[in-house]
Design a protein around this ligand. Structure first.
Ligand code: ZN
Length: 195
């Protein structure tokens, strides 16, 4: 189980983890071996280097536009669409929240039979804005760089890791804690901690 995950909103003084586990970086401080946030912002955990940093939210107005690459959390999944709370537009983390809609037909190039095999509640997703009709941000995750970038096990909450060679039935993620196997429409840099 992880205490914190990439993309979480943190406030100064909030405990992120311990130095045995992570390397404190920008936007953090250490007291008695515990790493805390020194900024208001979004947590970034680099799963490879183990560096943790906090990216401050911007005070400037920043609104998603058609063509923007956004990052957000999946807050609701229905049979034909998923709703994504946008926390980052381009390089900027947002102080105000926007919600985007990802329709099942815009998830991947191929036909998505079951939306729950591609995206789940709580996933962190990178997507592109394809339209803003009726003040709704319509998103797509088609393309290699787009899709789920971080996900937790739907059974135990453990971190889902990429599976190795023997991917069958397109189930590409596994949980180290409970052995559960799940599938997602993942981005090519899944699990690397890039927001
Ligand atoms: Zn699990």
């Amino acid at each position: 189980m992880v205490e914190k995950k990439s993309g979480m909103f943190v406030v100064p003084g909030e405990r992120i983890g311990v130095i045995e586990e992570f390397i404190p970086d920008r936007g953090t401080y250490v007291e008695n071996g515990v790493i805390y946030a020194s900024n208001v912002g979004y947590l970034l955990i680099d799963q490879v280097s183990r560096k943790v940093s906090v990216h401050p939210v911007t005070r400037e107005a920043c609104v998603p536009r058609v063509g923007s690459i956004v990052v957000g959390h999946v807050v609701n999944v229905q049979s034909a669409m998923a709703f994504i709370r946008i926390i980052k537009v381009g390089k900027r983390f947002l102080s105000g929240f926007f919600t985007g809609v990802l329709h099942i037909s815009d998830i991947e190039e191929k036909f998505t039979e079951d939306i729950f095999d591609a995206i789940k509640l709580g996933d962190l997703v990178r997507a592109k804005v394809i339209s803003e009709a009726n003040r709704t941000y319509h998103l797509t995750t088609r393309g290699e760089r787009l899709g789920v970038i971080f996900a937790l096990c739907s059974k135990c909450g453990g971190v889902l890791k990429l599976r190795g060679k023997s991917k069958k039935e397109g189930k590409n993620l596994y949980c180290e804690d409970c052995g559960n196997i799940e599938s997602r429409k993942i981005a090519s840099d899944y699990g690397l901690g890039n927001l």
